[in-house]
Design a protein. Sequence first.
Length: 150
Amino acid sequence: MSEFYIEPFEGWRAWLLRPSGALESLNGTLWAPEQRLAASCVHNRDVPHERDTCGIYAARRVEDLFRRSSHLKYLSRAASYSEPMVFGKVKLWGKILDDGTVMRAQYAYPSTLYVPPEHEASAALAAKNYNIPIKVGQFKDVIVKEEMKT
C-alpha cells in the first residue's frame, strides 16, 4: 500500500559511522547533516515505486532489521566494512510503501543512534552533526528493551 505522509513514521536501519561523524548507508549513500535524504530512482519513476526496489529502507521493528534477507546481505558483510556499523531510528515521510515489516520512503532523516561504547567518540560527532541523541550500549540490550515494549 502506498500513501503520502506529512507526519513522519519511525523505523530502524543501519549505517556506517565514519570517523568524522558522518553517516553512510550500507549501500554507500552519504547522509548529509541537517538535510533530508531524498530517494531517487534509476528508472525515473516516482519514489518509492511498486515495480522496483527504490526508496529509503527502514524496518518497522528493530527485530525486523535482522530478519529480512535484503537487510541481511548488508549486515552479514559488517566485518568487511572499514567503518563501524551503528543502528538507529530514522524518520520517514513523503510517499511510503509498507509491507508490514519493511517500509520504503521518499524522504528520511536519522532520529536516534545506538552505538557500542568503543565508538562513542565518533557517535558524539554524529550526534552534533545531525542534531540527534545517541544511546551508548550493546545493541543486543537495545533489542531486548524494544521487544519488551511490544
